[in-house]
Design a protein around this ligand. Structure first.
Ligand SMILES: Nc1ncnc2c1ncn2[C@@H]1O[C@H](COP(=O)(O)OP(=O)(O)OP(=O)(O)O)[C@@H](O)[C@H]1O
Length: 361
């Protein structure tokens, strides 16, 4: 296993990139800790696969270096990097049996026969495929084939890292949850450095200790699931993480006073003087909807347009000063038509030109 360092790494698919927009991956400096479980999360086209391919050696970056511990591997082939990769679709040998498929990466590396037998048996049990060990892979379901692909990556104990590129795309929804849990268990057991690419926030947040959020070729935040929820560093993270995402509204900030629409909130913290576009972010979970008649002066007029029941909660959708706002309210709570949205001032975040502004201490 290895610590993986990305040193001033950037990539453009163009021969002569001229501006930032020409880069599929804008400059990134980051150290992936040895034994960490990371998710690379972002929408389609944000550069996740480009970054993963640079780490695996399928792509040589336009600039910068990749180091595994102290070794510079920037120009080394994937084979020379000693990594395991699991792709979106199963990569297995149809004519081999399930156990032969799992043994193959170990046979190739000259691992001792008895050791191979032990590891394959363990992996068959882990993946709940013991009863299919002697069956040819041909004819198995897509789920089962992808489980074998995962197993072929995980059966190797000596790898520097295991890279997963949207590995659960072909997996049945109920099985996805099971395999995610399994991967987490395997990570705890073997402590491999794992990097998991996905555009699905549930997959990222349940699998990873740290989530790397990408947007338009840039890493906009690296944090624990809690950090991404509580303090999104960029409005995109606020919007992308959470269901529904964070509400973002235009606002003005002066010291400890935040003005949104026709209402000023007094906060228990001070902000520095801001320039540029100022926005206020608040998650739907931290907005209460109350009847205007009972609200006193502590809310903002909200025009309620729809109420969706989603089991234990209801999502209230409406407009505040022309901006669409969502609030998450417990089930059974009556939603007044003449409503005020009351914000939890401790949970309001301030953004300048899309980036989080920290309050002065
Ligand atoms: N071989 C290539 N040649 C030219 N441009 C490419 C190539 N591969 C990717 N790109 C471009 O680079 C950008 C990042 O693509 P990348 O595949 O890394 O994103 P992604 O986040 O993995 O997307 P997805 O989730 O759809 O796979 C996109 O604009 C894409 O069109």
């Amino acid at each position: 296993m290895a610590q993986i360092t990305l040193d001033k790494l950037a990539h453009s698919y163009l021969a002569n990139p001229k501006s930032d927009a020409d880069f599929a991956l804008k400059q990134i400096d980051y150290v992936w800790e040895d034994g960490g479980a990371y998710a690379l999360l972002g929408p389609s086209g944000c550069g996740k696969t480009t970054l993963l391919n640079i780490i695996s050696g399928l792509l040589i970056p336009s600039s910068g270096h990749v180091r595994f511990d102290t070794t510079d591997v920037t120009e080394l082939s994937p084979e020379a990097r000693n990594i395991a990769q699991v792709f979106q679709f199963p990569v297995i040998y149809d004519t081999m049996t399930v156990e032969e498929n799992l043994a193959f990466p170990l046979v190739n590396r000259g691992v001792d026969k008895s050791e191979i037998g032990k590891r394959v048996k363990d992996m068959l049990e882990t993946l709940e495929l013991s009863d299919k060990a002697k069956r040819r892979a041909q004819g198995l379901t897509a789920d089962e084939k992808q489980k074998i692909s995962l197993g072929r990556g995980l059966v190797r104990y000596d790898v520097n890292a295991i890279l997963f590129d949207e590995p659960l795309t072909v997996i049945d929804p109920h099985m996805k949850w099971q395999l995610r849990t399994k991967l987490k268990e395997l990570h705890e057991q073997f402590n491999h450095t794992m990097i998991y690419v996905t555009h699905d926030q549930t997959e990222a947040l349940t699998f990873a200790d740290k989530v790397v959020v990408m947007y338009e070729g840039e890493v906009v935040q690296i944090g624990t699931p809690e950090e991404l929820f509580d303090e999104p560093a960029h409005t995109f993270v606020g919007y992308f993480i959470g269901s529904p995402g964070m509400n973002i509204m235009p606002g003005q900030v002066q010291g400890n006073s935040v003005r949104v629409a026709d209402h000023s909130f007094t906060l228990n913290r001070e902000y520095p003087a801001l320039s540029g576009v100022t926005e206020i972010g608040i998650r739907p979970e931290f907005i209460r909807i109350v009847d205007r008649a009972n609200a006193g002066a502590d809310g903002i007029t909200m025009q309620v347009n729809a109420v969706e029941n989603i089991g234990r909660h209801q999502i209230v959708r409406g407009l505040v000063n022309g901006v669409t706002i969502d609030a998450v309210v417990e089930e059974g709570v009556a939603i007044p038509t003449d409503a005020y949205a009351v914000f939890d001032t401790n949970r309001m975040n301030v953004y300048q030109d899309s980036h989080l502004v920290r309050a002065k201490i």
